[in-house]
Design a binder for this molecule. Structure first.
Ligand code: UD1
Length: 420
């Protein structure tokens, strides 16, 4: 067991570079299974989830070399289409190998994926997409099995713009015969990054970033390429809130301002100064800030992955705020922990009503999922006294070297390891 000890009250100052995006590198690593050639990925973040994806690809027979922030994937020795359940259960994104395996080999077997416990997170949209492309799916004893003699392009209308389903269908359709059109597709920047990567390998895809994506099937992908992933917009947003909540000033480098417009708009509405310059964002906290009304939505709406971090910020706002979570039905597990720190939050169905308080106070809290953990770190940085955060392994899934990087900005945060 490890825990983070945070002593709050220091305004964060300085400059910090954002890492490559977790939600871009995971599908991109999975998409490498579609290629017959070696690929090199750059800007790879140092995360547990990347390690899990590495082990997943290795279990299928890929050879992977991870050096610093570069990963080389050599898929030439692939020999298995079955994802070990120990890996599938470790993270939801392990489901992203299904599309590439189906596309390349016409088959896969995988157990239902695990990941953050933020909602039921079914797989129905992925499965409907695979079936529409011509696969026969069997669901049995917690496993999903797919078989297809040949995948054929078709039109698929998603009931909801699911990020994972859009990516899985794109990847499966890349080597299908004919044209596939995904309507009501997710528009997240990570989908655009996946399209750019696949096209660089030789795929023919356009429309990512809009709600219709067209995939013209190709026979094979065999270009040796190198590719740099986009910066992580959720890490960017988390640092933006860190500057605001500690009333500090941060220069956030290697950012794409358009990817965090929804966060920028809300921080500005609260009274925080945010300046955008090419690939950097400068955030200057204000002594006091106003409450907000926030609804999480698919991109370009306010991201659900920033909801917990924004909630802790609003705990310290003037007046009452409302957050409505429209993406995941169970994404309020941080509420109980924030209450322990003095947050005044009422839950009513999908909404959280937050009455601003003048201060939060440190105590022992538990990170129940990745972004809940980020919210508790932010709360600890702003709180009086010392906050002890348990469940740190959740944070390590999505933030690399978080405490070292925060310390460089003046934060008092360290990790206790080897606790019995
Ligand atoms: C991805 C992100 C995650 C983010 C989420 C929403 C990755 C690796 N993870 O997760 O960080 O929080 O997008 O922005 O990119 N749904 C169904 N049936 C399905 C699939 C999804 O009902 O077959 C529902 C889910 O239960 C959820 C909603 O659709 O309520 C959104 O899920 P989805 O967009 O698929 O999220 P993920 O791809 O799992």
């Amino acid at each position: 067991m490890e825990r983070l000890i945070v002593t709050g009250g220091t305004p964060l100052r300085g400059s910090i570079a954002v890492s490559g995006a977790k939600n871009a590198i995971l599908p991109i690593m999975a998409a490498s299974l579609l290629s017959e050639s070696r690929v090199v990925l750059e800007g790879v973040p140092f995360l547990k989830d990347v390690q899990t994806m590495k082990e997943t690809l290795e279990s299928l027979g890929a050879k992977i070399k991870l050096t610093g922030d570069t990963i080389e994937v050599n898929p030439s020795g692939l020999h298995s289409q079955e994802v070990p359940s120990s890996l599938a259960r470790r993270m939801r994104a392990s489901n992203l190998v299904m599309g590439p395996l189906l596309g390349r080999f016409g088959t896969f077997k995988a157990s239902y994926p695990g990941g953050c416990t933020i909602g039921s997170r079914p797989m129905d949209l992925h499965i409907k997409g695979f079936e529409a492309l011509g696969a026969k799916i069997d669901e049995d004893h917690g496993y999903i099995k797919a078989e297809a003699a040949k995948l054929k392009g078709t039109e698929i209308h998603l009931d909801f713009p699911s990020v994972g389903a859009t990516e899985n269908i794109m990847m499966a359709a890349t080597l299908a015969e004919g044209t596939t059109i995904i309507r009501n597709a997710a528009r997240e920047p990570e989908i655009v990054d996946l399209q750019n990567y696949l096209n660089k390998m030789g795929a023919r895809i356009r429309g990512a970033g809009m709600d219709s994506i067209r995939i013209d099937g190709v026979k094979k992908l065999n270009r040796e390429i190198s590719y740099r992933v986009i910066p992580d917009r959720i890490e960017t947003g988390t640092f933006m809130v860190a500057a605001a909540i500690t009333r500090g000033e941060l220069v956030i480098e290697n950012a794409i301002p358009e990817h965090v417009e929804a966060v920028t708009a809300k921080l500005r509405e609260a009274g925080v100064q945010v300046r955008e310059e090419d690939d950097r964002i400068i955030v200057k906290g204000s002594p006091v800030w106003k409450g907000l009304d926030i609804r999480t939505m698919p991109f370009p709406g306010f991201p659900t992955d920033m909801q917990p971090q924004m909630m802790v910020f609003l705990c310290l706002a003037q007046g009452t705020s409302i957050i409505t979570e429209n993406i995941f039905e169970n994404r309020y597990r941080h509420v109980g922990e924030l209450r322990r720190m003095g947050g005044q939050i009422q839950l009513e169905g999908r909404s959280a009503i937050i009455k601003g308080v003048p201060r939060l106070t440190g105590t022992v809290v538990e990170a129940t999922d990745l972004r809940a953990g980020a919210a508790l770190v932010l709360g600890g940085l702003a709180a009086e006294n010392t906050t002890v955060i348990e469940g740190v392994h959740h944070l390590d899934r999505g933030y690399g070297n978080l405490e070292e990087r925060l310390r460089m900005l003046g934060a008092q945060i360290y990790r206790e390891t080897n606790l019995s």
